[in-house]
Design a protein around this ligand. Structure first.
Ligand code: ADP
Ligand code: GN1
Ligand code: MG
Length: 359
């Protein structure tokens, strides 16, 4: 079946006419399906990354149901302010066809999904969106969520997986990336910090998004105000430091994740400040003192972790993240390591900013 034919298997209110690849995600295949006067989002779910599609879609169905209730209760517009699944003709949340899995969403029109921050206010609003998202799900029964990727942000187990990839050296690439391998090993002690504090109860476990890249929030294309938080595949129990940190990783760097000119890669402190302001305004009253203290460290650790994952995938032969040219994962790893080091160098300044907005 073509993508248009797949789209016709869902409860669409207009006949799908055309489909084209859409967006810049590294995991799923996303298509924009057009009909007369209407568009839809259709995604082929990456079931190598998410083997339990039924569990994943059950999570998303229940999370979007709760988000919708909250948006309605707050007097918002549920058609624009939360993601909405379009069921299949037989009432399921996804379609299975010849070993592939598809889902469909309402297309949230008149929005921006940004790859880099063009106007600082956009970053501020993305922080409001992710902070609000966490609050909206505060009452969600976390233990009923399926852990779609176990240990997703467990940086200590990401470190172990990286060492296993070095040992396997499946593509014979380890020799050429010795400097990068040493960069990771020198920071091994950092990788256990958040997981240890979660295990000891010094940091609370929350329902978090876990993939808070700027392009995973849709902003109104006129006002910049936050509309729907999207890409809910990784909503799972986690730490607020993961959500804060991953946004800092992606949004404070002025370049793309695969920028080759590392002199352009750094943490823009003014953008860190914008994000901190928005995040603390939206959910600061529910964060503990320990969480607030460690927010900048979360930015550092999520950046280091992402670099470790790109490097491990490069060593394994690029089996996880989509690549568009051979050394892309290595380029991505370089930007993350440069940025992680820069965030660490600026740590005192960043901690002072958190204190400034901690009301
Ligand atoms: P991935 O997991 O591969 O990153 P996403 O769910 O983030 O996939 O979708 C990829 C891109 O498609 C997003 O960055 C956004 O630009 C666009 N997109 C996804 N869902 C919607 C939607 N409901 N309305 C409008 N655009 C969307
Ligand atoms: C992936 O799905 P996407 O492109 O938003 C990845 C994130 C990484 C990110 C790096 C399920 O996010 O964890 O931080 O790439 N998602 C998954 O850009 O692994
Ligand atoms: Mg995405």
């Amino acid at each position: 079946m073509t993508i248009v034919e797949i789209a016709k298997q869902f409860q669409v209110d207009r006949e799908p006419l055309a489909a084209e690849p859409y967006g810049c995600g590294h995991i799923n295949d996303t298509y924009c399906v057009t009909a007369k006067d209407k568009r839809y989002i259709l995604q082929r779910i990456n079931n190598r990354v998410f083997p339990n599609v039924a569990g994943l879609m059950d999570n998303i169905q229940r999370v979007t149901d709760m988000l919708r209730e909250q948006v309605v209760a707050a007097g918002g517009d549920p058609d624009r302010e939360c993601l909405q699944i379009i069921p299949t003709k037989d009432g399921k949340s996804y379609l299975e066809h010849e070993g592939s899995y598809y889902r469909m969403y309402v297309f949230v029109e008149r929005t921006l999904s940004l790859q880099t921050v063009e106007d600082p206010v956009h970053f501020y609003y993305s922080a409001v969106a992710f902070g609000r998202f966490q609050k909206q799900l505060a009452q969600f029964p976390a233990d009923t969520l399926c852990e779609v990727i176990p240990n997703f942000h467990n940086t200590a187990s990401r470190y172990e997986a990286f060492e296993a990839a070095v040992a396997r050296d499946a593509m014979g690439r380890a020799a050429e990336v010795q400097k990068e391998i040493e960069f990771v090993r020198a920071r091994k002690a950092d990788t256990t910090k958040i997981v240890d504090l979660l295990a000891s109860g010094e940091l609370p476990l929350r329902v978090t998004h876990n993939d808070t890249k700027l392009n995973n929030v849709l902003l109104d294309d006129v006002t910049g105000k936050p509309m729907a938080v999207i890409d809910l595949d990784t909503v799972m129990p986690g730490s607020s430091l993961y959500d804060f940190g991953d946004s800092i990783r992606f949004g404070t760097n002025p370049c793309a994740e695969d920028e080759k000119d590392l002199s352009k890669v750094f943490c823009q402190v003014n953008l860190f400040e914008e994000f901190t302001k928005g995040y603390l305004e939206a959910c600061g009253d529910s964060l503990t003192a320990k969480e607030k203290e460690l927010l900048p460290f979360g930015g550092y650790l999520m950046t280091l972790e992402c670099g470790i994952r790109f490097l491990a995938d490069y060593l394994d032969g690029d089996t996880y993240f989509k690549i568009h040219y051979p050394e892309q994962n290595l380029d991505r790893c370089h930007t993350q390591f440069k940025l992680a080091a820069d965030i660490m160098d600026k740590m005192d300044e960043l901690c002072a900013i958190v204190k400034k907005y901690d009301k």
